[in-house]
Design a protein around this ligand. Structure first.
Ligand SMILES: O=C(O)CCC(=O)C(=O)O
Ligand SMILES: [Fe+2]
Length: 310
């Protein structure tokens, strides 16, 4: 029988791509880390081609329902910012390339975890020279993920081309992963950023910084094709319109660390915090969503010797 271990081997070259101790310390201190080139030009080109096909309607598999609350662009929808959750389920090419062990291994190393599991993904297409609806307001991903126990979940931002400030690349708020929530202790931030007012989010960012006695230092993340930026779920980030002349195309992979689990969390309005993935994944015996359902949340990486046969 094939051992799961065999699926999680890195080549010598890939081992050299892992973050070192200093990189992990940088990540802990600043809340983000930019990798070496983890994807080849050929892999990125395959992803671009697959996304062109996807936007024309080609799907290798279809999710059974588009869950309520999931962003899911369809041809004919407004074209300023296309956002499609579940691309690694619907496209074989995305699935194959983005579940390469090296991506999960880097995530695990940063989170100091023996394992990483995919949580959910979003393919994005930010039209060029369109300002309306293309700013992604300041937020921390944890606000949307209150149904989880772990603060160590993280996101891999993977552009499908060189991605610089002019493309409206992702921007990190340096060190904000260490802030505690002082100024905005309510749950309105749990609304998806697409449903929030950008200037309100800007005000909240500055209020939060002031309450923490910190300055807002915005760090645009310039990435060469194949590089990936990882940010912690507690790090404030956002992005601005794309002025480059080409669409900004990217995928965000949201990743669970090993210890992450479901918890019942009540929002201020009395509702239980719920994520749209819960409409698809299996349930535990007690009826709670199974965030270890390896069908919906595949393993991206597991340290050797952690498990036996599959
Ligand atoms: O694509 C962007 O500019 C931001 C995406 C984002 O918020 C994320 O990856 O968590
Ligand atoms: Fe985010």
């Amino acid at each position: 029988m094939k051992k799961l271990n065999d699926l999680f081997l890195l080549t010598e070259e890939e081992i050299d791509l892992l973050p070192n101790e200093e990189d992990v310390l940088f990540y802990k201190e600043h809340g983000f880390y930019t990798s070496k080139k983890l994807l080849s030009d050929d892999e990125i080109d395959q992803l671009l081609e697959a996304s062109d096909e996807f936007y024309k309607g080609k799907k290798d598999h279809e999710i059974p329902i588009v869950p309520k609350g999931a962003t899911y662009w369809r041809p004919g929808d407004k074209d300023n910012l296309r956002q499609n959750c579940y691309i690694t389920r619907e496209s074989e090419v995305f699935r194959k390339i983005l579940t390469k062990p090296i991506i999960g291994a880097v995530a695990a190393k940063l989170a100091c975890s023996e394992e990483s599991r995919l949580f959910v993904d979003v393919l994005r297409y930010k039209s060029t020279k369109v300002s309306e609806g293309t700013t992604i307001g300041w937020h921390i991903d944890r606000h949307y993920w209150q149904m989880f126990t772990s603060d160590e979940m993280l996101t891999a931002f993977i552009p499908l081309h060189d991605c610089f400030e002019e493309h409206g690349t992702i921007i990190m708020i340096d060190g904000s992963n260490k802030w505690t929530e002082e100024a905005n202790p309510d749950d309105s931030t749990a609304l998806h950023f697409a449903d929030r007012d950008v200037s309100d989010l800007e005000k909240r960012l500055y209020a939060e910084a002031a309450a923490n006695g910190a300055n807002v230092k915005k760090v645009p993340i310039n990435l060469k094709k194949g590089q990936i930026n990882f940010h912690n779920s507690m790090t404030y980030h956002g992005s601005l319109p794309n002025t480059s002349g080409r669409p900004r195309q990217s995928v965000s992979l949201h990743i669970q660390d090993k210890k992450n689990n479901y918890r019942r969390h009540y929002l201020d309005n009395g509702n239980v915090a719920a994520h749209h993935t819960e409409q698809l994944c299996s349930r535990n015996e007690d009826g709670t969503p199974n965030y270890k359902d390896l069908d919906y949340f595949p393993l991206l990486w597991r340290e050797k010797n952690q498990f036996s046969d599959i």
